[in-house]
Design a protein around this ligand. Structure first.
Ligand SMILES: NC(=O)c1ccc[n+]([C@@H]2O[C@H](COP(=O)([O-])OP(=O)(O)OC[C@H]3O[C@@H](n4cnc5c(N)ncnc54)[C@H](O)[C@@H]3O)[C@@H](O)[C@H]2O)c1
Length: 389
């Protein structure tokens, strides 16, 4: 069997490498030609991903061939699609990358082939939208081919071990599709659980994100209250957590293209169905998480006031620009939002991140400074503030 993996990003490439490691031939498709060349040369484009380098060196350009040409996957009988789904300014899902990928896959589809969507999507997407794209492009109907959803549950940095150990969910648009996809995934996924439909599989991943999103909002709220009451939040959180209580860590909000995105799938879907009042907690959580920027700006400014300099001359350095420590991505980066907000307040703010060069930070329209040259240093990942002078 030859497997095609469409999208060789932080989620798709580790998956493609794990499939190759299981002994299957893989054609990886990505629009990024430079990335394809790197992979075929045995060079790992995601250095922060533990264990990936070894696999790319061993299989890249051999049993894992990367290409930007969809037709190179015409002999494949199993297709996995994992390209991003972003939300626009109004928080509506933008399906354009998915549509492009599926329409191209549809053109290659033959009777008996199986297609699995791994990108997290609003519930119902696989059985309605994806099915429609594939049927239109291929001239076939579900029954001629199989279609399922299996949400990616990795975490960048731990993807290989997650794919081998973490329970993965799979569900088909019909029973035969679920079973077919399950039987193939068992070759390369360590722990797999078949659910009754693609809609359930989609919902599982979305509600997992909503759980994290609202619990981060709760932690943020409790963190502010603890500070106000002069209580050590971290000591309290550690003592409070047990089997039935899992208070999360506070943060400057939620970044990345996963957790802050998924609640909007449900908020927007309920709005369409005139059930906006079903999403009160999700919407309030969004407000709490977003407002952490204002809270930390004030917190930082309080520290700046302790420096013997005019307030607007105090050099603030935020030591991290990526949305999560160690992951080179700035999608919905809270540090960028924080830096821009402090700038708007007239503060002298800089950014430093060991994953990004001075030029890359300046391209984000931010000022670069190494932390040793600052007066006040704020670590957005630990929330610690340090006064250097
Ligand atoms: N990264 C994670 O930790 C993570 C975790 C869970 C789920 N996911 C899911 O995986 C999805 C993808 O995330 P990612 O982190 O891999 O994104 P990414 O930005 O790292 O990679 C996406 C890749 O897809 C390629 N691409 C875009 N459009 C394409 C097209 N039409 N055809 C072929 N290739 C195309 C891009 O060039 C890029 O290399 C997310 O939207 C999310 O649903 C990611």
């Amino acid at each position: 069997m030859k497997v095609a993996v469409v999208g060789l990003g932080k989620a798709g490439l580790p998956l493609a490498a794990v499939i190759a490691e299981a002994g299957l031939d893989v054609v990886g498709i990505d629009v990024d030609k430079k990335r394809c060349k790197q992979i075929n040369d045995g060079v790992n484009p995601i250095p922060e991903e533990a264990g990936l380098e070894k696999l790319i060196k061993k299989y890249g350009g051999k049993t894992l061939i990367a290409t930007s040409i969809y037709a190179d996957a015409k002999d494949c009988t199993f297709f996995v699609v994992i390209v991003p789904l972003f939300i626009d300014e109004q928080n509506n899902a933008d399906f354009s990358l998915l549509e492009n990928a599926f329409r191209n896959v549809g053109k290659l589809l033959k009777k008996g082939d199986c297609v699995v969507l791994e990108t997290t999507v609003p519930p119902g997407t696989t059985e309605k939208i994806v099915k429609d794209w594939l049927e239109k492009e291929s001239g076939l109907v579900v029954g001629d081919f199989y279609l399922a959803h299996s949400p990616e549950r990795i975490m960048t940095g731990y993807s290989i071990s997650r794919l081998k150990e973490f329970p993965k969910i799979i569900g088909g648009v019909d029973a035969a599709s679920g079973q077919k996809a399950y039987d193939v995934y068992r070759y390369f996924i360590g722990s797999l659980s078949l659910v009754s439909s693609s809609r359930v599989a989609e919902f599982v991943k979305v509600i997992e994100g909503c759980y994290r999103f609202t619990n981060i909002a709760l932690a943020n709220e409790l963190f502010k209250i603890a500070l106000e009451l002069d209580i050590d939040f971290y000591e309290s959180q550690k003592a409070a957590n047990h089997e039935f209580c899992h208070i999360h860590l506070p943060s400057t909000g939620v970044g990345g293209h996963c957790i802050p995105v998924y609640p909007w799938f449900l908020i927007k879907q309920m709005k369409k169905q005139q059930k906006e009042d079903y999403t009160v907690v999700l919407k309030a959580s969004h407000t709490v998480n977003e407002d952490m920027i204002k809270f930390f700006s004030q917190h930082i400014i309080q520290h700046c006031k302790k420096i013997n300099k005019p307030l607007k001359k105090v050099r603030i350095c935020i030591t991290g620009v990526s949305f999560r420590k160690g992951v080179k991505s700035i999608y919905k980066s809270r540090s960028i939002a924080l830096a821009k907000y402090l700038e708007k307040l007239g503060m002298d703010v800089y950014v430093y991140d060991e994953l990004y060069s001075k030029e890359e930070i300046e391209q984000m329209k931010l000022s670069f400074l190494t932390p040793d040259k600052a007066d006040v240093v704020f670590d957005p990942f630990t929330l610690k503030i340090e006064i250097l002078k």
